[in-house]
Design a protein around this ligand. Sequence first.
Ligand code: MN
Length: 491
Amino acid sequence: MRMKEYQFWFVVGSQFLYGPEVLETVASRAAEMAQWMNASGQLPCEIVYKVTAKTHKEIVDVVREANYDPACAGVITWCHTFSPSKMWINGLAGLQKPYCHFATQYNREIPNEEIDMDFMNLNQAAHGDREHGFIGARLRIPRKVIAGYWQDEDVLKRLGDWMRAAVGVAFSKSLKVMRFGDNMREVAVTEGDKVEVQAKLGWQVNTWPVGQLVQVMNQVTEDEIDQLMAQYKAEYDFATDDLETVRYQAREEIAMKKMLDQEGCMAFSNTFQDLYGMKQLPGLASQHLMAQGYGYGGEGDWKVAAMTAILKAMSEGQTGGTAFMEDYTYHLAPGQEYSLGAHMLEVCPSVAAQRPRIEVHPLGIGDREAPARLVFEGHAGPAIVVSLIDMGGRLRLICQDIQCVKPIMDMPNLPVARVMWRAMPDLTTGLTCWITAGGAHHTVLSYDVTASQMRDWARMMDIEFVHIHKGTTVDSLEQDLFLSDLAWKLK
Ligand code: MN
């Protein structure tokens, strides 16, 4: 499902105490607010006003319907009036969709002349939202609280960001990952418990033999390759005359896409250690698949493949870019401390600062022919890097804020796509924190998704979240890890 196909259900709490006239006003205002917020064009998905709930049964019914409807990506509640919360317990306890408590108010200002006790009875969100907030806290259910006036841009931004994280939850729960071969031998961080991941995050992670991919590659026609080559020409510059090598990447891309689409997979991994029957490691092929929204992970890293797909789904329609990334090497000149990220081949061109070039160069590892790949620089701007690791018994999501810069040198002999950034709070502190937390060398780098959205996503998924930001110190991070270790042992 695409971003626009998801809905968020607006459920407004009230009670019979105020009489039918007040309830009609609440219902018509809630519908008006949903309509206005949809028309603002600032939300990625539609808000659908569902019900002004006055009874236990109405709440249980709407929750049951929300759980059942695949188009419903979350429930947004608000109390225009006072809604006694014991009638919410059974409904909220059974809610299986992301939940946001929107603490807002229909009127922006207190009307000096008009305000009397009738006005107070109708407009008492400050009262009702506190009762509603208590039951969320008491039931200890994961929730997002968004407070502020519903017409304000920053409020709509926070609501929209949360919606995107909730769509990431829906996407995650139906995500299938195709592994071509196993993980790279002996590597630890790319391993993980696939049963635990499926139970927790919903991912179906399975393996297909490389030999089957080669069979599908052999069935790809010259016509199909011609069509994809025309697309490459429209999107990229050719900095090579070796068209046969590029055509071989097209063959690989078409075959991988056929297998992915046939199985409904939105992410895949492969490894240079298992290219049995293939002439080239897929480079351009993987890069162009990522540009279409598929997640990818190198060296069999199916966790980063899945996370790449999820962040791409969360940021659908945004233009900053999201890519599979690997921390490669540092520039440690005082005052100019930067990380250089790249991969053997496979960085997504969605993060490119300029039109990518197709180049062909030999590859030192993998014992195959020189592969075609896209070469470009990543653009400047704030971004995050994200790593999901399996701690044994629980999953930990580590997110670091970074500031990408135009690479400070052109590196003319580096034949791969590259991104340069300054890690927060600074390279050495950030690095100490990253290593202390156990973050992988593979990450998802995104200019679109924020740390706050990843925190929301982790909360909805009930996994540990670690954030390294401009205010982080090694001491504060160690304290966080120590406390969270205790907390997760108790859970
Ligand atoms: Mn790698």
